[in-house]
Each structure stands twice: as structure tokens, then as C-alpha cells.
Design a protein around this ligand. Structure first.
Ligand code: AMP
Length: 436
């Protein structure tokens, strides 16, 4: 199947072929013709499946089919709402690149940066606006964004927008748009809340789904390395060094531990940066750019900051700790194995996390192989402790509850040459605290 056969116009075909795409991905094959017909759509697709081009290409085509106003008062005709600033920036890049040969204008607005340059751009008139909900409402309040002429609305990663508490902002935004419009809703999971939101919003939607819910890409090799909590950093440095990994995305449960880990890795001689919600937008953008360019070897991220990050051919994802919510595991490892590339996802799992691991394995309906790295065997005398969610608990997670035993520290040989298999221990009484 080719992009031409989907009914896309020459300007768009030219832009995608310049990006090096020759075959549409599964979601693109299904979604593009339906969107071109004007149907509402409910898309079940994770990031990494090519969903952005799946909605952006037909959206641009539909806008270009009608006469484009040359006046500076051209109205916002398409709105894409995203949960995070990074995702907004990435979608905006895609809109610009795919629309390069069409006379359409686009802009992106999100918080954490000055509102004034965004206002200047909006005042000049844009056809497509990509926005996070809060900043969009700021613009509406300041009369720099008028949504009354929106023809196409895209809710990207709708499940995450709800998880992040954006439902009220979304409802306010919806009330500002015409009832008659084409609506496309993308979500990796379909919770009751998503179904409730979509039932009032979508009109006889076509349903397209590319991977069964909560399944991880087959292209991602998953492994668990059982290890004591207090030795995770040492193991991580060892894995990075001995395998000579050049680009590793490391997930941390809390902002505090992400910061600390980035500092510690840097002092181990491994260039690392942290990306999370307490960093300024400038610092987040710089960390991501340095990571993409190879200047920074390890990017330590929290779940929300990493959501939607699209880094081409990212080979390694490490769960420094497991997420409190099993679905986040699928999102995390979905950062690798994208667009047909292979990837590796490793989880460093201590005894406190065995319940979280079981929840994940139940969700993805498979056991993840457990591989103990020589020299990092867990100490069987260490007992499980409650997990620090970063929400008020004072307990420090990176201190072992007991003095480490005399496990060999000699890791000069590659740990991957000297692995041994082990099954995760049972009987763990770790208490899982609720997620914030
Ligand atoms: P997305 O799921 O939209 O975040 O896209 C994931 C990655 O796949 C991005 O890096 C896109 O540039 C890339 N991509 C999208 N469509 C195609 C395609 N048809 N062929 C190859 N790569 C693609």
C-alpha cells in the first residue's frame, strides 16, 4: 500500500516522501481514508505507531480543500489538544513538516514559556493550532484565540489528558467550539471516563485500533534485572558503561529521584540530564535537544514529562523504578521499538516492587524474563518496604534497608556475558501506595 492510494494530494505525498516514509503504517492505512471522508474517529493507538501523521495528513488535506483566506483574520480551523508541552511541540513540528507544500499556517501554544510571542503569532492568523488546554484558555481569556470557527478538533492522548486532570479545561474548550465539526479522539486506553467523554462528543465515530489495548510492541525486548534498591544506580552505570550505550532514556518515579540520579550519573562520568515538571520549559527543551543530538547520553525522566517524547530510533529504555500504575509501563517502553525499529526495555526491580511487577505482567499478559546480573544478586535478607510515591512520604528509596552483603563488586567483565536466570521472589508484602 502506498500513500497515493490513500487519496492524499501531491503536496502531502511529497512531504512524506521527503521524510523518508514509503509505506503508511497500519493506523495511517485505516485512519486516513476515514478522516478524508469527514468521519469522526476514535483511534486506539499508542505513540510510536505513526498516529500523528495518521491524523495530520488528512486534516491538512481537508483544510486545503476549501479556499484559504488570505486575510490576516484567518480563523483557527483545526485545533489539536495535547496533554504535554513536549507532545504539543512534536505535533507542531509534524504539522509544519507535512504541510510544507501547502499554504496553511500553524502555531503551537503551551505554558511554561512567555505568552507574548504566541500572541503575536496568533494575531497574524493561523489555520491549525496545537495547544495544551491551560495555555489555550489563557489565550481565549486574552482574546488572542477564537475557537468559534473550528472545523476539526483532535484530542491527542486523551487518556493522559484525563489522567492529568484536564477534564474541566477540555469541557471549557469544547463549549467554545461549534457543535458541528469533525472530532478525532486518540487514546492508548479506553477507560470509562474516555467512553463518557467520547459519547457526548463524537458523532457515529469510526473505530480504528492498531494494537490490542495495553499490549507492548513485539519489537521491544523486555527484561527485568532483580537488584537491591540501594544498588540500582551502580547497576545502571555498569550496564551503560559495559554495553557502551550511547542513548538511554531512564524513567524515575519522582522528580526528586530523577534529579538526584542525573547528578549521580554525571559524577560517575556518564553525561545525564533530568526532565520533569519542576524544570523550566527552557531547561526541558534544552535537555531534550541535547539528548537527541547525543550531547547528553542519559535522559532521566518522570512519566508525565516523558509522555509523547518521540526520539528517533531510541534503542534503550530503563525503568529505574517501576511505575505505580501498570499502564504507564506500556507507555514507558513504547518510547523504544517505534516505527519498526527494535528496542530494548530493562527494568531494575527491587523487592519492594514485586507487586507492581505482578500487576504489569498481568496487564501485558506475559511474564517478563528475569535476569540477575552477576555481582548484583539481591540480598535475600532484605525485607520489602513501602514505596515512596514522591507525594509527601519522607522515606528515602535509594538507601538499602540493610547493609549490603559481600556481593562481588568486580564487574569488569561484561555483565551480559555472565547472566544467570532467576525468578522473582514470591511472598513479598510490599504495600503499593496510590498514585497521585
Ligand atoms: P507517532 O506515533 O506519530 O509518534 O510516530 C512515531 C514515529 O514514526 C515518528 O518518528 C514518525 O516520524 C515515524 N513515522 C510516522 N509514519 C511513518 C511511516 N509511514 N513510515 C515510517 N516512519 C513513520
Amino acid at each position: 500500500m502506498s500513500f497515493e492510494s490513500l487519496g492524499l494530494r501531491a503536496e502531502l505525498i511529497r512531504a512524506v516522501s521527503e521524510k523518508g516514509y514509503d509505506t503508511p503504517t497500519a493506523i495511517q492505512q485505516q485512519a486516513i481514508p476515514l478522516i478524508l471522508e469527514g468521519r469522526d474517529l476514535m483511534g486506539g493507538a499508542q505513540t510510536g505507531t505513526g498516529k500523528t501523521a495518521g491524523f495530520t495528513l488528512p486534516l491538512l488535506q481537508r483544510l486545503a480543500e476549501k479556499e484559504i483566506s488570505s486575510s490576516s483574520r484567518r480563523p483557527i480551523r483545526a485545533l489539536v489538544l495535547t496533554p504535554t508541552r513536549e507532545l504539543a511541540a512534536q505535533v507542531a513540528d509534524s504539522v509544519r513538516e507535512y504541510g510544507e507544500y501547502l499554504p496553511l499556517r500553524s502555531a503551537v501554544v503551551f505554558g511554561g514559556v512567555s505568552i507574548n510571542p504566541q500572541k503575536q503569532k496568533l494575531i497574524k492568523g493561523v489555520d491549525v493550532l496545537i495547544a495544551t488546554p491551560g495555555r489555550l484558555l489563557d489565550h481565549v481569556g486574552q482574546k488572542t484565540a477564537d475557537l468559534s470557527k473550528v472545523e476539526i478538533l483532535v484530542l491527542d492522548e486523551a487518556d493522559r489528558m484525563l489522567d492529568m486532570g484536564f477534564i474541566h479545561d477540555i469541557r471549557k474548550v469544547l463549549a467554545l467550539m461549534p457543535k458541528q465539526k469533525q472530532t478525532l479522539l486518540f487514546s492508548a486506553t479506553f477507560s470509562q471516563e474516555i467512553k463518557k467523554l467520547s459519547s457526548g462528543l463524537l458523532n457515529s465515530p469510526a473505530l480504528v485500533e492498531v494494537a490490542a489495548q495495553n499490549t507492548a510492541s513485539e519489537l521491544v525486548t523486555q527484561v527485568v534485572h532483580p537488584v537491591d534498591k540501594g544498588r540500582k544506580r551502580e547497576l545502571l552505570s555498569n550496564l551503560i558503561g559495559s554495553n557502551n550505550w550511547k542513548q538511554v532514556l531512564v524513567f524515575n518515579r519522582t522528580k526528586h529521584s530523577a534529579n538526584r540520579l542525573a547528578t549521580q550519573l554525571t559524577s560517575d562520568g556518564i553525561n545525564a540530564a533530568a526532565i520533569h515538571g519542576n524544570k523550566s520549559q527552557g531547561a526541558r527543551t534544552k535537555a531534550l535537544a541535547d539528548f537527541k543530538s547525543g550531547k547528553v547520553r542519559v535522559l532521566v525522566a518522570t512519566d508525565i514529562a516523558a509522555r509523547g517524547l518521540d526520539i528517533n530510533q531510541l534503542p534503550h529504555v530503563v525503568n529505574y523504578d517501576l511505575p505505580n500504575v501498570a499502564e504507564d509501563y506500556v507507555h514507558r517502553i513504547g518510547r523504544t521499538g517505534r516505527a519498526g525499529n527494535e528496542g530494548e526495555a530493562m527494568s531494575l526491580v527491587c523487592i519492594d516492587e514485586h507487586k507492581l511487577l505482578r500487576d504489569i505482567e498481568r496487564l501485558i499478559k506475559r511474564d517478563i524474563p528475569k535476569v540477575v546480573i552477576d555481582g548484583f544478586e539481591p540480598d535475600p535478607s532484605i525485607k520489602a518496604e513501602p514505596i515512596n510515591t514522591g507525594r509527601g512520604q519522607q522515606q528515602r528509596n535509594n538507601k538499602p534497608s540493610r547493609k549490603r552483603p559481600s556481593a562481588s563488586k568486580d564487574n569488569s567483565s561484561s555483565p551480559y556475558n555472565s547472566r544467570s536466570n532467576s525468578n522473582s521472589r514470591s511472598g513479598n508484602r510490599a504495600r503499593q501506595t496510590s498514585r497521585g
